[in-house]
Design a binder for this molecule. Structure first.
Ligand SMILES: Cc1cc2nc3c(=O)[nH]c(=O)nc-3n(C[C@H](O)[C@H](O)[C@H](O)COP(=O)(O)OP(=O)(O)OC[C@H]3O[C@@H](n4cnc5c(N)ncnc54)[C@H](O)[C@@H]3O)c2cc1C
Length: 495
């Protein structure tokens, strides 16, 4: 019997993973990718000898203490020699003091108590909660059976009950020490309203050394999976944009490319942007109220949508790799007041810059409408990018005197940049659908579409949850479903 064929749209992590598992399970697969490289959002780019990493801060499953590590072994990306683990998550500076969020929970407890002995009881409660999370990895839940999830969740149920609805801001209100109360809400990437449960899982993952950094960064990581896929006989066609999913009597039957080529296949997996898959490539013919309601209301403002990077002729070896500091005076950036900066200092991976030089990046949230409006006039758009780069380097000067004279490279990427290069609608990542909560982890959001057979979605839009590991697991699950439909036993082998 001839092998069934699968066409996959997108060579992001989900598409690469789906392709790799498809090859392992005896399918003939081809990936069409609109860009000229793999990775999608998991990417980096070179400028004047510096590598700007556009994605990874922390990769789940970097170390063997998480079930996710096995996925990276299967995808050929888990040589533990190649993962770097941070000793601290972030350092937050304000009012002449510094809070270092150590990855080691015991060290963190001691440090916080030294800063705020009056908060010892609250700190102990926080640390105990983090310790409870060291026995599980929430991000690995999609890999587990319902029974395993229930069993593994037992030790954290009391913590979930207590912190389930609490954000970092709310927890900080319990702290009496003014410095801790001010800085604690910023410790998770300086995002607002981060649930405590997310932070505790993150802290535990850092302590367990399951959250790490793949040496070489995001694109190098994606390339390792690309290599694995190709070595199993998979094919990738780059610079190939899919415009339509071909459908025959409610069965997906292949794809149409922008250059009018048709490619027929038995099964289609879309690992591309959710909105364009459902409403452009399939013209909205396979949707329902739930899906329409979700895509009707995208958020305008989103975190991490503006990346301002510099390559500096400065050895920043002694600095924290992630630093949030409060400014002497708040400044206006885009359409809002900013009173602190979150800076990533890529001093931990020598492959990213020439010797004694460093890439420094500041990430800010921004509104898509702000950049869309400016982009109507190319000059205004470019001027605003240049103005922001000028303001940010002046603010970095406050903390790193002399840095502005050491800048050799400046790069500003907006949500429009992300949209252009990855197809993600409005440069966004999926937001959690209302009322779904953690069930999205096990059930996903649109892994299939109503009424359409031989079609699967994979990736962060299928799950409505962000994350590189989520994308990889989603690609794996798509192939597991296909095997089940074909009455085949799913197999996965480590590299
Ligand atoms: C700034 C930033 C930081 C992040 N940090 C982390 C982190 O530290 N850790 C973590 O785990 N996750 C992180 N993420 C999230 C993570 O990057 C994503 O959730 C994940 O990479 C999504 O992968 P994906 O394969 O589902 O989708 P994508 O990466 O969006 O891939 C989709 C692919 O499909 C292609 N495509 C789209 N349309 C078409 C078409 N019509 N035809 C052909 N090809 C098409 C695109 O070019 C792209 O290659 C971060 C994301 C961002 C933006």
């Amino acid at each position: 019997m001839s092998r069934k064929s699968i066409v996959i749209i997108g060579a992001g992590i989900a598409g690469l993973a789906a392709g790799t598992y498809a090859q392992m399970n005896g399918y003939d697969s081809v990936i069409f990718e609109m860009h000229d490289k793999p990775g999608g959002l998991c990417t980096s780019w070179k400028r004047k000898g510096f590598t700007i990493d556009g994605c990874i801060h922390h990769l789940a499953g970097s170390g063997p203490n998480s079930e996710i590590h096995q996925i990276w072994r299967e995808l050929g990306a888990a040589d533990t020699q190649d993962f770097i683990f941070y000793d601290e998550i972030v350092q937050v500076e304000a009012d002449g003091l510094a809070l270092t969020v150590y990855s080691d929970i015991d060290r963190l407890e001691q440090h916080m108590k030294e800063i705020a002995p009056e908060d010892s009881e609250t700190i102990e409660e926080y640390i105990a909660a983090a310790r409870a999370f060291t026995s599980i990895d929430l991000l690995a839940f999609p890999l587990l059976s319902t029974w395993e999830i229930a069993r593994k969740s037992l030790p954290v149920l009391p913590v979930m009950g207590k912190y389930g609805k609490l954000t970092l801001e709310k927890f900080a209100e319990k702290l009496r020490n003014p410095f801790l109360r001010k800085t604690f809400p910023t410790v998770q990437y300086d995002f607002s309203n981060i649930p405590m449960v997310v932070h505790l899982n993150f802290l535990a993952g850092s302590h367990n050394r399951t959250l790490g950094w793949p040496s070489g960064g995001s694109l190098a990581f994606a390339r390792t999976i690309e290599r694995r896929y190709l070595s199993l006989g998979g094919r990738i066609e780059y610079n190939s944009t899919v415009t339509k999913i071909l459908v025959d009597r409610d069965k997906a039957a292949g794809v149409l490319l922008a250059d009018r080529r048709e490619h027929r296949a038995d099964i289609v997996i879309s690992a591309a942007d959710g909105r364009s898959t459902i409403f452009d490539m399939l013209s909205g013919a396979y949707s329902d109220d739930r899906i329409e309601a979700y895509y009707k209301n995208p958020p305008d403002y989103s975190e991490m949508t503006l990346q301002v990077s510099y390559g500096v002729a400065r050895d920043m070896g002694g600095e924290p790799h992630s630093l949030t500091y409060f400014l002497k005076n708040p400044v206006r950036l885009m359409d809002r007041q900013v009173d602190r900066l979150n800076v990533e200092i890529f001093n931990f991976d020598p492959t990213l810059a020439p010797p004694r030089k460093t890439v420094v990046k500041v990430m800010l949230g921004s509104k898509y409408s702000y950049w869309r409006e400016l982009a109507k006039d190319r000059h205004r758009y470019e001027d605003e990018k240049a103005r922001i780069a000028g303001t940010v380097i002046a603010l970095l000067e406050e903390r790193f005197p002399g840095i502005s004279s050491q800048v050799e490279m400046t790069d500003v990427a907006t949500s429009l940049t992300t949209e252009r290069y990855t197809g993600n609608w409005q440069g966004l990542q999926p937001w959690m659908p209302s009322g779904v909560g953690l069930t999205a982890m096990t059930r996903g959001f649109t892994r299939t579409l109503p009424g359409l057979r031989n079609f699967h979605m994979a990736g962060h839009w299928a799950e409505a949850l962000v994350g590189i590991s989520t994308a990889a697991i989603s690609g794996r699950k798509a192939v597991q479903r296909i095997c089940k439909e074909d009455g085949k036993r799913f197999t996965a082998v480590a590299d």
